[in-house]
Design a protein around this ligand. Structure first.
Ligand code: ZN
Length: 96
């Protein structure tokens, strides 16, 4: 379990097949954008590429999909939002 350094929310890291890690909200949700499958305790969950989701995984029922799909944390992070607003304000002030 990790905590977001911007908003202290609990987050998970998934890993794409190319090794890129993406922070997602801790709780899976039915409208999540990323499907992930666990690989045990020593490796982060694998983020399933879209073309896999369109193939094999689409046969899973809705309840199962809702349990393995996550929303990227950048979509809900209130800390990142605050950072953006502060930066925008600073840029607006320095523009005068
Ligand atoms: Zn956050």
């Amino acid at each position: 379990m990790s905590l977001c350094k911007d908003c202290d929310a609990e987050i998970l890291y998934g890993e794409k097949p190319d090794g890129t890690r993406i922070a997602v909200d801790r709780e899976p949700r039915s409208d999540g954008a990323l499907a992930m499958l666990g690989r045990g305790t020593r490796m982060p969950p694998l983020i399933i590429p879209d073309h896999w989701v369109d193939g094999a995984v689409q046969h899973l029922d809705a309840e199962t999909m809702a349990a393995i799909t996550y929303m990227p944390h950048t979509a809900s992070c209130v800390g990142a939002q605050r950072h953006r607003e502060r930066r925008d304000r600073t840029e607006a002030e320095s523009a005068d």
